[in-house]
Design a protein around this ligand. Structure first.
Ligand code: CAA
Length: 380
């Protein structure tokens, strides 16, 4: 077992850290207030190859390994987790699945521009009544000649307004339950496809989230991903990849909370000395650092297993479960260490808490991660 990064991984980490600090950090507080989608930043990230990091260069991706992707996600999310989730959805939930299960047609038409970052992707699985219980898909698609006609509503879709291409999961044969679910690529602007109102969220505010409606939306049969009836397996396998992405986002927030707490503890004086000299603060910092490090190691373990071609479902869920809870706990402790200053916007730690909470909810709640881990351990 090695705990050192390769030269290339360390180089990518440093490059993304520099980019995040100079190009993303200065405007993060403002974007949190304005909810403005970071279009210019995403464009620059595309130029650096960050929007299709793991995609093979033959499909215009950067051809990097999963560890590099996780390291990049951590650096981006350390300064702005909203930018982190936009990047994560395009990489983990969209390009990853299209490269693995898309047809040559889909790879040529949709994967390549997504991997170049010229187009943005979204992943539409959740519905008003199918969140954690994802097999209960009410959105349906009916075959009509060489098209499928989609009807239904999707909820909580990250990049919902800004995306160009959407992966949409729909029931195509109710009798077959989750084996009668199919995944499609749907282009923005397809007649009958509209997005709903922008959700006013607690955190990750500059990433856009909205519902999608499909009313007799005709999609060509070439846009079926993998094959008819494989949509649920596609979604589950894609989400495994999403989960180490969100774990990385959470590690970034946990680390940012720790960094802010250390900085403040060394500056702030109380009872005649810097608060860093008080054991009450030292204990908090020690626990925060241990949580951030453990979360990082679990996440990189899941990524390393994937890079080695080994099973990583349990490990990706463990990483997401632990890292997301670590992010929330670290952000809360960072606020506590900052006292009253932690409760106001300019010190950022209150944003870290608001951003952290969603990592315990999306791409499978903590409760769902425990189900996945438990079933993996007990199935044989
Ligand atoms: N990886 C691969 N396959 C999996 C899997 C996993 N992690 N979990 C389940 N499956 C497969 C099973 O092997 C089974 O396949 P077969 O029938 O072909 O053998 C099939 O899925 C059904 O599994 P279960 O019988 O276990 O189904 P279930 O209904 O009891 O439980 C669940 C499934 C694990 C709870 C699943 O519904 C789930 O993961 N729910 C959470 C959904 C989720 O994560 N939503 C996130 C939305 S996307 C998002 O948030 C993106 C964003 O915008 C940021």
């Amino acid at each position: 077992m090695k705990f050192t990064l390769t030269e290339e991984q360390a180089m990518i980490q440093e490059m993304v850290r520099d980019f995040a600090q100079t190009e993303i950090a200065p405007s993060a507080i403002e974007r949190d207030k304005s909810e403005e989608f970071p279009a210019e930043i995403i464009k620059k990230m595309a130029e650096l190859g960050l929007m299709g990091m793991m995609v093979n260069p033959k499909y215009d991706g950067a051809g990097m390994d999963t560890i590099s992707y996780c390291l990049a996600m951590m650096e981006i999310s350390k300064v702005d987790a909203a930018v982190g989730v936009i990047m994560s959805v395009n990489n983990s939930l969209v390009t990853f699945g299209l490269e693995k299960w898309g047809s040559d047609f889909i790879k040529e038409k949709y994967l390549k521009p997504l991997a170049r970052g010229e187009k943005l992707g979204a992943f539409a699985l959740s519905e008003p009544e199918a969140g954690s219980d994802a097999t209960r898909q009410q959105t349906n698609a009916v075959k009509d000649g060489n098209h499928w006609i989609i009807n239904g509503i999707k909820n909580w879709i990250t990049n919902g307004e800004s995306a160009d291409y959407y992966i949409v999961i729909a029931q195509t044969d109710k009798e077959k339950k989750h084996h009668g679910i199919t995944a499609f690529v749907v282009e923005k602007g397809t007649p009958g496809f509209e997005h709903g109102v922008h959700e006013n969220k607690m955190g990750i505010r500059s990433s856009d989230t909205c519902s999608l409606t499909f009313t007799d939306c005709r999609v060509p049969e070439e846009n079926v991903i993998w094959e008819v009836g494989k949509g649920f397996n596609f979604a589950m396998n894609t989400l495994n990849g999403g989960r180490y992405g969100i774990a990385s986002q959470a590690v970034g927030i946990a680390q940012a909370s720790l960094d802010a707490a250390i900085k403040y503890a060394k500056e702030r004086k109380a009872f005649g000395t810097e608060i860093a000299n008080h054991q009450a603060i030292q204990f908090k910092i020690a626990d925060m650092a241990t949580r951030a490090e453990a979360a990082k190691l679990l996440t990189l373990q899941a990524a390393a297993l994937k890079d080695e071609g080994k099973p990583y479902i349990k490990e990706a869920s463990m990483a997401k479960l632990f890292a997301s809870e670590a992010a929330t706990k670290n952000a809360l402790e960072a606020i506590q260490i900052h006292g009253g200053y932690g409760y106001v916007r300019e010190y950022q730690v209150e944003r870290f808490l608001r951003d952290a909470k969603i990592t315990e909810i999306y791409e499978g709640t903590s409760e769902i991660q425990r189900i996945v881990i438990g079933r993996q351990l007990l199935r044989d």
